[in-house]
Each structure stands twice: as structure tokens, then as C-alpha cells.
Design a protein around this ligand. Structure first.
Ligand code: BDR
Ligand code: CA
Length: 310
């Protein structure tokens, strides 16, 4: 039986591939998509989710908008990577999919209530929606099988020296979700920086030959160009679909159980994830943290999923 999944995201170039992988992988039953302010303002991330779902023929999965910005901080959209509309590069077609009228946390609640089995939440943006859900519907958390998050890092950051963007954007939300109860898995930059968008990757996606694939190629070209300018990386890391890949094929990502804490203060360190790989803090592990990735298999999975979509 495919694993029921709710995908909470902020598309964003790499989030798009997370949506497509979740929709196209046979081991995943994508039940809902929720959006959050992060890479772009909520109006953009929601619009973008609708555009890319429609482009790939994913028309039956409800898409609901969530929190416009972090719990306690101002939103600084990652325009330097994703452009002013969070999906720079291609011209965006008019979305073929309407937004669901429910707020994201109500769609999450209803999806959990309707499911016969426990549901996995994959989050590829700031954890604001999931933290709000945990605070408002704590009684529903028992229906969450696992929360798998692309965010954080065991090492250095990408938006400040120590903080990764999703953690930096809403560190309070990440701290709340980490302690909320369901098993938590973190896939950070230490692993996602292995999945680089090389010329071969772009050619492979292009060869899929669908409308979505052609759109994806334009996205990836833009994404590589901003990564080169901002991070000195002409081959950008495709972070977000790795979180989906771990759910679809658990052996694809190596993980360890350890202690993760999120820095909330500090002049330069807010949003840094402290990952106690050596067990120095002698505190109970509260997360699984990704440490390795089968890179060829990951691209294989993504290509196969895209071939199965419109
Ligand atoms: C994360 O931040 C965003 O820019 C990406 O979509 C990804 O979720 C990487 O730090
Ligand atoms: Ca994202």
C-alpha cells in the first residue's frame, strides 16, 4: 500500500520537484498539498503550487494556503535564489487547479481525520504551518506517522554562516515541531548538497519530453544561475525532493538518531541547527538526521516519477 503523504511546501524551484516526485512515485499516495510563506510570499507560493500541479496533471490533490509568514519574525523571501515570484525563469501559465478554500491547518486536520492509516507529513519549507497545526490540533498528532523535513544542517548554513534557510526563516516553528511528538527526520544541507543539478541531470529531465519536464528544465537553468551568483555553485543542490525520496524509498538516505536543537537567539546564529552527532550533550535523541544519499538512485527516482506524470 502506498504511504499517505501531506506535502507542506513553499514553491520555490526545488519544491516543485518535491511535488512532482510525491505525485509521481508509486509508493506515495499524495493526499494534500499545503503552502507557506518562505521562498516567496504566500500568494506566490500558493499560486506556484497550483501552476506546477496542473502542469503535471495533478488535479485531484487539494492545495491549501497556510501561514503567510513565520510565527514571530518578519518574512524575508529568498528572492536572491528563487526570484521575485519564487519561481523565476519560465513564464507561468494560468493555473489549471483552484486553491482549496480551507486554511492549510484545516486541510491537514481533515486529511488526517479521513485517513484510515497514519499519514506522513513531508515539509520542504519553514515549519510554520506544522507548528501551528501542532499547537491548535495536538489531539490529531497521534495520526501523524512521521514528519520529514528538508531543513537545517549538521554543518554550516546557506543564508547565514550557520543557518539553513528553512530553519532561519522560522526557528521558533522548527523548535516547536521538533518537540511536538511525532517521529521527526531532518534532511539538511550536509546531504542535499550531494544532489547537484549537473548538465547531465538537466538533459535527463529534458529527455522526459513532457510539458512539465520542459518547464522543469527552465526552472533548473534559472536555479543554477542564481546559485552560481549567490553561493558560487553553478550546479545547484536540489534539496527538497530528497525528503520525498526518503519516504518513497527509505534505503536511499542514510540516517542516524541524535539530538537536534534549534538556536533561537544569538547575534549571528538564529536558526542554526545544533546536531549532536558525537553525543556530547548526553541528551535524549529527538530526531533522525540524514547523513548520506544514494545520489544516482535519487536522480533515477525523480526521472521515473516525471515520466509517470503528464
Ligand atoms: C531550502 O530553502 C529553500 O530555498 C529551498 O526551497 C529549500 O527548501 C534550502 O535551504
Ligand atoms: Ca522549499
Amino acid at each position: 500500500m502506498p504511504i499517505p503523504v501531506i506535502l507542506d511546501c513553499d514553491p520555490g524551484h526545488d519544491d516543485v520537484f518535491a511535488i512532482w516526485l510525491a505525485a509521481g512515485h508509486p509508493e506515495i499516495d499524495l493526499r494534500a498539498i499545503t503552502t507557506v510563506g518562505g521562498n516567496g510570499r504566500l500568494s506566490h507560493t500558493t499560486y506556484n503550487a497550483r501552476v506546477v500541479a496542473g502542469l503535471a496533471g495533478v488535479t485531484k490533490v487539494p492545495i491549501a494556503a497556510g501561514a503567510p509568514g513565520p510565527l514571530m519574525r518578519a518574512l524575508s523571501p529568498a528572492e536572491w535564489i528563487h526570484g521575485g515570484n519564487a519561481l523565476g525563469g519560465p513564464e507561468l501559465p494560468v493555473p489549471e487547479v483552484e486553491a482549496d478554500p480551507r486554511p492549510a491547518i484545516e486541510l491537514i486536520r481533515d486529511t488526517l481525520d479521513a485517513a484510515a492509516e497514519d499519514v506522513t507529513i513531508v515539509a520542504t519549507g519553514p515549519l510554520t504551518n506544522i507548528a501551528m497545526f501542532a499547537r491548535i490540533y495536538p489531539d490529531r498528532l497521534s495520526k501523524v506517522r512521521e514528519i520529514v523535513w528538508m531543513g537545517g544542517s549538521t554543518g554550516r548554513g546557506n543564508v547565514t554562516p550557520y543557518a539553513e534557510f528553512n530553519a532561519w526563516c522560522d526557528p521558533e516553528a522548527a523548535a516547536i515541531v521538533l518537540e511536538s511528538g511525532p517521529p521527526f527526520t531532518m534532511i539538511g544541507l550536509n546531504v542535499t548538497h550531494q544532489a547537484l543539478v549537473t548538465r547531465e541531470v538537466i538533459a535527463r529531465i529534458g529527455a522526459v519530453g513532457t510539458r512539465a519536464a520542459a518547464f522543469g528544465v527552465e526552472l533548473l537553468s534559472f536555479y543554477n544561475s542564481t546559485y552560481e551568483t549567490d553561493q558560487g555553485m553553478p550546479e545547484a543542490p536540489l534539496h527538497d525532493p530528497i525528503a520525498v525520496a526518503l519516504v518513497a524509498e527509505p534505503t536511499l538516505v542514510t540516517t542516524v538518531r541524535t539530538r537536534v536543537d534549534v538556536e533561537l537567539d544569538g547575534t549571528e546564529t538564529a536558526g542554526a541547527t545544533s546536531v549532536d552527532l558525537l553525543g556530547k550533550l548526553k541528551r535524549e535523541p529527538n530526531a533522525r538526521v540524514a547523513t548520506g544519499l544514494d545520489v544516482p538512485r535519487f536522480w533515477e527516482l525523480l526521472e521515473q516519477a516525471m515520466r509517470s506524470l503528464a
